[in-house]
Design a protein around this ligand. Structure first.
Ligand code: CA
Ligand code: CA
Ligand code: CA
Ligand code: CA
Length: 563
């Protein structure tokens, strides 16, 4: 497994080097030549939500539709680590939860459009313990005993009456195996719903899919990146990278609508995040029943990947899951008290991950208090003035909280060749800026402006159509964020510390050896290729085929690829 990407990537290096002009891109090119690294996006990232699996957002994505450049696609995934063979009560949407995808189009950090998924299970035959009593040949097949129906609404801000886009339609069953679900793809496709908006048709899918995130979670062993030499990798034991999420499924809610349906006025940028709501009160009743009542409150939230995982400190993780982006600025500027303000601001503008990279592995940080000091407290921290937002790392602040505007020229790869964007170029900042955490995408950056060979490193790879300008399924966000924390984007987004230069020699260290998803996305012919077909996520993996990747399997794959 590890030998294949390196040959492919070496070829890409040559390609990139031949057209790269800016130092940042050179750095990226060097980076591509080495193996990559890791952190899970938002899987079990906070103490309380980790005990509420069915409400746990795992990832969010927003990208221009590969099928239609006039459409935008929003994806929310939930339920981490779904083992495909997890029966007899297989994974499904939680009927007592509401799953939301939020879109802000005017920059006030409040949702202007909310897509809400709810579900209802109907058991056809209570006399069996089985999920299905024979092969499931269609969604309406009576052999599928535990059917689930979905409803999707669209709520427009200011209009109290939601619009029903999908009314009580069957979703797909889970992918069990070749006896129960021999033609799983057809079942999943049958669950795709066509929806209509005033600006044109769209699509919805809400059901089991492959988990599109990939990462070696062993990174949480004191920031170990397997595949690297010690001290970054291990001295003893297994040092082979593993995609910890390989072979696992999630449940995904995918909404595709015309771009013009979600943008406002002349602003081409929108922000998106997802969340889960639950009723405040659950009453455990006699005979194994439960009752849910009270207001629906948010218990999970996810915009940018890895924010709650590695940016937000433990003390605030579950609180973060409970608040909307519209409260972020108030918390950041001290409404909840000076301690929280200081903690939040430090978490973003002097990220702990950067301090760890610097103190454990000697990665130099931008705007270090004293870059030459032998005192790690000075060398490995950036000064932050509490109460003055963006006084610390402006690059991290912009990427996560406002969207990006260039502080210095930056060259991207386009269909017609390299194009240098001038200082001041607006990558993905809305006209009105309310600092708040969400994924922002400039819907005008698409088509010919994208790199003809999409870079898994997104904007850092010279591909303006990738993360953190939106997030595609193929973007290697673990690596992009490690690089960003190490200052790869600092010169073009902040640059106030003119003595800082991102060190190419360090780039090979910040990789986890896992470059792409374990299975092809929908419509693609190989893992790592861009998806071509709605709902874009890889087809749910089968319980029959479930073989969780382990180092020995990797060795076997490597051997097979060489022989
Ligand atoms: Ca990676
Ligand atoms: Ca989560
Ligand atoms: Ca708004
Ligand atoms: Ca996967």
């Amino acid at each position: 497994m590890s030998s294949q990407p390196s040959r492919r990537l070496l070829r890409r290096i040559g390609l990139v080097l031949s057209i790269v002009l800016t130092p940042l891109l050179l750095i990226t090119a060097v980076l591509i030549g080495f193996h990559s690294p890791a952190l899970a996006s938002s899987h079990r990232e906070a103490p309380i939500i980790s005990k509420d699996t069915f409400a746990d957002n795992t990832d969010t994505y927003v990208f221009i539709s590969p099928e239609n450049q006039n459409n935008i696609v929003f994806v929310g995934s939930w339920i981490p680590f779904e083992a495909p063979e997890g029966g007899p009560n297989y994974y499904e949407w939680d009927d007592s939860a509401l799953y939301d995808i939020y879109v802000d189009n005017d920059g006030d950090a409040k949702a202007d459009i909310t897509y809400t998924l709810s579900s209802k299970v109907k058991v056809e035959n209570q006399a069996t313990f089985l999920y299905n009593t024979n092969t499931i040949k269609s969604l309406t097949d009576p052999n599928w005993n535990r059917k689930q129906y979905i409803t999707v609404t669209e709520t427009i801000e200011g209009n109290p009456t939601p619009i029903t886009l999908v009314a009580n339609k069957l979703t797909a069953p889970v992918n069990i195996g070749s006896k129960s679900t021999p033609n799983y793809q057809a079942l999943a496709d049958a669950a795709i719903q066509t929806i209509s908006t005033p600006q044109g048709a769209g699509k919805v899918y809400a059901g089991q899919t492959d988990d599109a995130f990939w990462v070696d979670l062993q990174v949480f062993d004191l920031l170990t990146l397997r595949g690297q030499k010690p001290p970054v990798g291990y001295t003893n034991g297994t040092n082979i990278p593993v995609d910890s999420l390989s072979s696992f499924n999630v449940h995904s809610f995918v909404v595709e609508v015309p771009i013009s349906h979600v943008t406002a006025g002349s602003d081409t940028v929108v922000g998106m995040w997802a969340g889960t709501r639950r009723a405040t009160t659950r009453v455990i009743q006699a005979l194994g029943t439960q009752a849910h009542s009270g207001n629906e409150v948010q218990v999970s939230r996810l915009g940018m990947p890895l924010v709650n995982e590695v940016v937000i400190p433990l003390a605030l993780k579950d609180a973060f899951n409970s608040v909307p982006p519209s409260t972020d600025l108030a918390l950041y500027t001290g409404v909840a008290g000076p301690e929280i303000q200081a903690l939040l601001q430090k978490s973003v503008e002097n990220p702990e991950l950067g301090t760890l990279l610097c103190s454990l592995y000697g990665v130099p940080l931008p705007a270090a208090i004293d870059a030459t000091s032998s005192d790690l407290a000075k060398k490995c921290n950036t000064a932050v003035t509490t109460g003055v937002p963006r006084s610390g790392r402006g690059d991290i602040f912009d990427i996560f909280l406002t969207g990006m505007k260039l502080a210095a020229p930056f060259t991207i790869n386009t269909k017609t060749g390299p194009m240098t964007l001038p200082a001041g170029f607006n990558v993905n900042q809305m006209k009105t800026v309310t600092p708040s955490e969400m994924i922002r995408i400039n819907t005008a950056i698409k088509g010919d402006l994208c790199s003809p060979t999409p870079s898994r490193l997104g904007v850092l790879g010279g591909d303006a159509c990738g993360f953190p300008n939106g997030r595609r399924l193929t973007d290697d966000v673990v690596e992009i964020e490690l690089l960003a924390v190490a200052g790869a984007a600092y010169p073009v987004l902040d640059g106030r510390d003119t003595s800082f230069a991102f060190t190419p020699a360090l780039i090979g260290v910040l990789t986890d050896g896992i470059d792409h998803n374990d299975v092809p996305f929908r419509g693609a012919t190989a893992a790592g290729e861009a998806p071509k077909q709605f709902p874009y996520m890889g087809t749910a993996q089968s319980g029959q085929e479930h073989w969780h990747t382990n180092p020995f399997f990797n060795i076997l794959l490597t051997w097979i690829s060489k022989n």
